[in-house]
Design a protein around this ligand. Sequence first.
Ligand code: FAD
Length: 417
Amino acid sequence: MKCVIIGMGPAGIACAETLLQEDASVEVTIIASDKAPYSRCMLHYYLDGERSFDNLNFAPKGFFTDNNRLTVMPSKNVSEVDSVLKNVIFDDGTKVGYDKLLIATGAKPFVPPIEGLHDAKNRCVFRDIDDVDKIIENAKPNSKCVIVGAGVAALDAAYGLLEKGVDVSLIEMFPRISPLQLDDKAAYTYQKLFEEHGAKFYLGRRVISVDLDENSNATAVNTVFASAVSFDNNEKIPCDFLIVVAGVRPNFAFLKDSGIQTDKSILVKRNMQSSDIDVYAAGDCAGQSGIWPNAKNQGVVAAKNMLGCKEEYTDIYAMKNTMNFYGLTTLTIGNVNVDDTNCQSDVYEDRNLYYRYVIKDNKIVAVLLQGSIARMGIWLHIIKNNIDVSKIKKPLHKIRYSDFYKVDEKGAFEYAI
Ligand SMILES: Cc1cc2nc3c(=O)[nH]c(=O)nc-3n(C[C@H](O)[C@H](O)[C@H](O)COP(=O)(O)OP(=O)(O)OC[C@H]3O[C@@H](n4cnc5c(N)ncnc54)[C@H](O)[C@@H]3O)c2cc1C
């Protein structure tokens, strides 16, 4: 059987690994516009010069070179999928046939429709290695960079630039940084750390236009309060270049005439199969989550189903996020900012730790652990298994794995709650 995978991110590579491991007769072809696999989560280390491009490669050692059933086609751009004749078609008109196809093409940065923003030649995004190369070209010491957005990826970019001595300003519509992953307190702790390293934040503000010079380079970004109806509270933030990190959209434009069903993402069933029985999708392009571990797990599930095993992707915890800046680590599982009057929060704080648990009907629905994420496994276990925490007679921050198991009369561990 000939399996073709478009994309060499975590979803594509995990799918290829699983196919080759589980079936000795399968032939796999990986196609990607990327020139080699690299971790997007580590782009900030490439930006600040801490890692070379080769050191971002996350594929298992020897994976591409030591496997005679694997064909790798890097730097190839897919422009179409012919699902009737089962061909993947490249922008130079050449094609590759498949029996089963996985689409794992990730996501594309979203650039909002703001006057001047699309035309600015010195406007960068932050998703692919070429984007970072363009940022590096602009990032001279003491140059001024405005970052539109202050989510996790924007903070990654800011971190890398601050390390290079760039003067960084971040603009965020929400009144706090990383608004989706953090609550006010956890966000403020990171904000202070970034400010200590030179960053400036413009929170609760939105960009209304970008000033361009005669060469179409942005020279300043105009902002107003996010809720403003008039533009008379304009604050102009000067820049030598700017980066837009304002979210991403699943990447599947090349499926336009394929007949494969899409909406805001490629539509898939729980086994990662698309509306075409021989075509699967996994990772960011399948729209169920935008994080690495989930992309990887979906790639594995897709591979098993491509081989005929029946397996479903069941990890519904799309909102699981870790971040680590300036030695401060934070984990968020679920929506800690949930707007539900039936939820209560339980908070634990000391000098180095801030833990917040969101509880509904005695079940934990979200957790934020800042300062130490050592107990991440316990909280995933509690949330996934819908455990009634009212039965645990100790403060939540003191819970250990041992609280969930007891030894039965034969000496085996068993679930105790
Ligand atoms: C700056 C940044 C920081 C991040 N930090 C974290 C983090 O800390 N934790 C976390 O969990 N996640 C993080 N993420 C998200 C994570 O990187 C993604 O969820 C993950 O990479 C998605 O994997 P994927 O396999 O779906 O797609 P991607 O990794 O995006 O790979 C897509 C692949 O498809 C190929 N491709 C796309 N279009 C075509 C085409 N037309 N033809 C041929 N090939 C094509 C590309 O070349 C690429 O190989 C971060 C992302 C960014 C950008």
